[in-house]
Design a protein around this ligand. Sequence first.
Ligand SMILES: N[C@@H](CCC(=O)N[C@@H](CS)C(=O)NCC(=O)O)C(=O)O
Length: 247
Amino acid sequence: MSKATLYTLPGSHPGLTTALMLERKGIEFDQTDLLPVISKGVLRALRFKGTTVPALMINGERLQGSIEIARGLDRLVPEPPLLPADQELRERVLEAESFGESELQHPIRQILWWLLKRNRDAMFSYVENARLPVPKKLAVKTGGPLVAASVHFNAADDDNVRAALAALPAQLDRLDEYIREGVIGGETPNAADFQIAATLRLAMTVEDLRPAVESRPCGQLALRILPSYDGHLPPGLPQAWLEPLRG
Ligand SMILES: N[C@@H](CCC(=O)N[C@@H](CS)C(=O)NCC(=O)O)C(=O)O
């Protein structure tokens, strides 16, 4: 198999999920970090079917989206598997992965964009180690319209961010429950571990969120899978919105 190419964005949590899965499989890959919004045109030009990252060129195939990629990797390189052999446990892992992808991932993305709109300098910490096609300082300095467009595309508005914060404690409870049930957090990380850990680790780059995540088993699991994650957002969310996280 020739070297794969992963297209992602700096700080993208499903992008990192994909990188972790490629590493687990021992698949060699190059990583191309795109700029948000501009990524959409690049992915179209590369003939991917959708306009979001992660997108993976592998063995002549185009795989897109962290779940499609997880299934594709198991098909192309079966060992080590990203899903358990036991049928019942496998179903639970797929359920946890789907929860991570469809319910947990986006609210954290919305919180990030809401904060980045109000603290553009913090963007630098997320692109520090990225392989961008333009100088990083220039990208951050001229990034205003890209941030505004990302806020718009992701509906990162007050109402949604407030709702995301209110829903987070129950989501974290559910993740801790998955750990108690042995669905995630086992000796060998599975597809759901990689999916969930990347999102929680991104959440932990947000100082306002970190204590509520870090103190839990799921936060500890994320730190074990991803000891470091580029990016740091100092406090910036309204105190009243954070009330649900203090319980
Ligand atoms: N649920 C999708 C996430 C796709 C997604 O929304 N990716 C973001 C980055 S994390 C993106 O490409 N956004 C486009 C943009 O910001 O222009 C997956 O797991 O692959």
